[in-house]
Ligand binder design. Structure first.
Ligand code: G
Ligand code: G
Ligand code: NA
Ligand code: MN
Length: 254
């Protein structure tokens, strides 16, 4: 189909861009990291949302070279910010199951960091629950190698997968990103309230970081702070933005 061939072309020509969305601390609104979000503008198809092309990229295997570009570009950007004297925060990169199943994934990430002269602590990874229980021995091996190298790994869209929680015991997880479908109903929907509190409580007991995604209102923000959530991300604080806008941000938002 059209999307696949355009995507192949865009991958070869590296016609993507990364936007960055701040993740802030609920204790002082300081920016603690940025999520890197892929952007693709195609001449014929127009602006394409990753929600529509990531699945195609995964099915066709294009996600592997595309994902490598995302990692390398994040490293290049971190290096550029450092050169410009920006007070650099870690960049959090989304990773699909297919990438984690690639036996060379961890080495590719570590090589990219080394090539750019960036310490591994400045890269975080976001993986979904399903990729943590997907088949293939290489997933656990990649996770272990990356975590041993001090890269923090977060579970993205937490609470929406149908995986058992067993992976929280087996995998080196640094934190949970509570899916925005739970945040949406805060603070009025009693089920969302209960589920969000449970996720925060579980994360705290396990010594994991918590990030609430999709925070759009002050009442959600207040609720999350009172519930002991550590970090927030969402349009209330900042939208995803190009790298040059990041370098102009203050250290603390609002
Ligand atoms: O930025 P936006 O909200 O449109 O992203 C939609 C979806 O695409 C989200 O689920 C996000 O995790 C995913 N996504 C964005 N950038 C990347 C990327 O670089 N790699 C992968 N695998 N997924 C991404
Ligand atoms: O699946 P993942 O959590 O990676 O998705 C991140 C996506 O969520 C990004 O594409 C980003 O554009 C989007 N996003 C970030 N903040 C908000 C928000 O406050 N509201 C909504 N609706 N989407 C958001
Ligand atoms: Na994701
Ligand atoms: Mn994400």
């Amino acid at each position: 189909i059209a999307v696949e061939s355009r995507l192949r072309r865009a991958t070869e020509r590296q016609e993507f861009r990364l936007y960055y969305q701040p993740i802030t601390s609920l204790s002082d609104n300081g920016i603690v990291s940025y999520e890197a979000l892929l952007r693709w503008h195609d001449e014929e198809l127009g602006e394409m949302s990753p929600a529509s092309f990531i699945a195609v990229a995964e099915q066709t295997g294009l996600i592997v070279p595309m994902g490598r570009w995302v990692v390398e570009e994040s490293c290049r950007q971190l290096a550029a910010w450092r050169r410009a004297g920006v007070d650099v925060r870690p960049v959090s990169v989304n990773v699909e199951a297919v990438q984690l199943q690639d036996p060379r994934f961890a080495a590719m990430v570590l090589d990219s960091l080394t090539a750019a002269g960036i310490p591994p602590e400045l890269m975080h990874l976001e993986v979904t629950e399903l990729s943590l229980v997907s088949h293939g021995d290489h997933v656990a091996e990649n996770m272990r190698t990356l975590s041993d190298a001090r890269i923090s790994i977060y579970v993205d869209d937490f609470g929406t997968g149908y995986a058992s929680l067993d992976y929280l015991r087996r995998m080196p997880i640094a934190g949970l990103k509570i899916d925005r479908s739970f945040v949406d109903g805060l603070p009025d929907d009693s089920q969302d309230v209960t589920l969000t509190r449970s996720m925060i409580g579980m994360a705290r007991s396990l010594g994991l970081q918590t990030v609430a995604e999709g925070v759009e209102t002050w009442s959600q923000y207040q609720f999350l702070r009172e519930s002991g959530c550590a970090l927030v991300q969402g349009y209330l604080l900042a939208r995803p933005m190009p790298a040059d806008a990041v370098s102009r941000l203050p250290a603390t938002l609002h």
